[in-house]
Design a protein around this ligand. Structure first.
Ligand code: P6P
Length: 336
C-alpha cells in the first residue's frame, strides 16, 4: 500500500514485485524517466531567464514550430533512455520515424519500447503556462535481440505496461501507473527527490468542469455542440464551470483531482481530432481508467483502437465516467 511522503525510489523498490514479468528493467526504466524529468524541469523552470525559450527555427513532423525546450526535452529523454540500455526503441512526437537503440539486434535483451510527447503544450512556454511530458511503455512484440519494427510501436493501448506524465507547473509532479492504480509524486527541487504526495489517485465519478476549446464550436459535430449546451444550461447542478488551459496534461490533471471532462473532438478542421493516439491519448487513457475514469473517442474505448500509423490522431473524450457517458449519449444521437 503506498505510504504518503515515501520517496519515488522507495516506492519503486517496494512495488518491484508488482511489475509483472519484470526483472527490474521496468523499475530501471521508470528511474531513468524520473532522472530525465528532473533535468528537463531544471530548464523549463528557468525558461524565461535564458535564451532557451522561443522557436528553434525548425518545425517537427507535425509541421509545428519546434520550441527550443521541445528539442531539449526530446534530446534529454532520448539520451537518458539510450544511456541506460533498457529500451529497444523510442517513438516521439518530435521524430518522424521511431528510433532503434543500437545493440538492439546485438546481444542485449532489452524488451521495452517507449513512446512519448516530450513537451506537450509547448506553445504555452512563452506565456509561462504549465506544460507536460507524456510517456507510454510497451513490451516489444518482435523477438528480443532483433531490430525493433513498427509492429512494436503500433500496439493497442490496452497492451501498455506503464504510462505516465510529468507536469511542469507551480510544482513539478510525476504521475504514473503500471496497471495497479495511479500515484503522484511531487519533486522537491531543493533535494532533487520525488515524494509520494498523491497516493492512489482517483477520478471523481462525476464532476462539474468541462474542458474544450469552444473557439472551434462552429466546426464541432452536432453531438458535441449539444453536449456543450447541456453543460451550459441552468438545470440540476448546471451550468458547469468551463476550464481550458490548452495544455492537455494540465487540463486532465486538474480534472482528475476535481472531477471533470476533457474533450478534443474531431471537427470540420481536424477530421480525426488533433491529439495523437499513441503518445497522447493512449497513455492519458490508461492513467484515466486506472484512476476509475473513462476515455473514449466519443463512441468506443481509446485503449482498444488498433493503431495503423505512428502519428495518427484520435478524437478524445476523457474524465469522470458519468460525464463521459453523458457526452457519449449526445454523440450517439448522430452516430458520428
Ligand atoms: P488547441 C498542445 O499543443 C495540445 O497538443 C494539447 O496539450 C492541448 O490540449 C491541445 O493541443 C490544445 O489545442 O487547438 O485547443 O489550441
Amino acid at each position: 500500500m503506498p505510504k504518503k511522503n515515501q520517496t519515488l525510489g522507495e516506492f519503486i523498490i517496494e512495488n518491484q514485485a508488482d511489475f509483472a514479468y519484470s526483472s527490474g528493467e521496468l523499475s530501471r526504466l521508470i528511474n531513468s524517466i524520473r532522472l530525465a524529468a528532473k533535468v528537463v524541469n531544471h530548464e523549463v523552470s528557468k525558461a524565461g531567464l535564458v535564451d532557451i525559450v522561443g522557436a528553434y527555427g525548425e518545425t517537427n513532423v507535425q509541421g509545428e514550430d519546434q520550441q527550443k525546450l521541445d528539442v531539449y526535452a526530446n534530446n534529454t529523454f532520448i539520451q537518458t533512455l539510450t544511456n541506460r540500455e533498457i529500451v529497444c526503441g523510442i517513438a516521439s512526437e518530435e521524430n518522424e520515424d521511431f528510433i532503434t537503440i543500437e545493440g538492439c539486434n546485438g546481444d542485449h535483451k532489452n524488451k521495452y519500447v517507449v513512446l512519448m510527447d516530450p513537451l506537450d503544450g509547448s506553445s504555452n512556454i512563452d506565456v509561462n503556462v504549465s506544460v507536460g511530458t507524456i510517456f507510454s511503455i510497451y513490451r516489444r512484440v518482435t523477438p528480443v535481440g532483433t531490430p525493433v519494427t513498427q509492429e512494436d510501436f503500433l500496439q493497442p493501448g490496452n497492451q501498455q505496461v506503464a504510462a505516465g506524465y510529468i507536469i511542469y507547473g507551480t510544482s513539478t509532479m510525476l504521475v504514473y501507473t503500471t496497471g495497479r492504480g495511479v500515484n503522484g509524486f511531487t519533486l522537491n527541487p531543493a533535494l532533487g527527490s520525488w515524494y509520494l504526495s498523491h497516493p492512489d489517485m482517483k477520478f471523481p465519478e462525476d464532476g462539474n468542469i468541462y474542458s474544450i476549446n469552444e473557439g472551434n464550436y462552429v466546426h464541432f459535430p452536432q453531438g458535441v455542440k449539444d453536449y456543450i449546451k447541456y453543460c451550459q444550461e441552468e438545470k440540476e447542478n448546471r451550468p458547469y464551470t468551463s476550464r481550458y488551459i490548452g495544455s492537455m496534461v494540465s487540463d486532465i490533471h486538474r480534472n482528475m483531482i476535481k472531477g471533470g471532462i476533457f474533450i478534443y473532438p474531431k471537427s470540420a478542421k481536424a477530421t480525426d481530432g488533433k491529439l495523437r493516439l499513441l503518445y497522447e491519448c493512449n497513455p492519458m487513457a490508461f492513467i484515466t481508467e486506472q484512476a476509475g475514469g473513462k476515455a473514449t473517442d466519443g463512441f468506443s474505448r481509446i485503449l482498444d483502437i488498433k493503431p495503423t500509423a505512428l502519428h495518427q490522431r484520435a478524437p478524445f473524450f476523457c474524465g469522470s465516467t458519468r460525464m463521459v457517458e453523458k457526452a457519449e449519449e449526445f454523440m450517439a444521437k448522430y452516430g458520428s
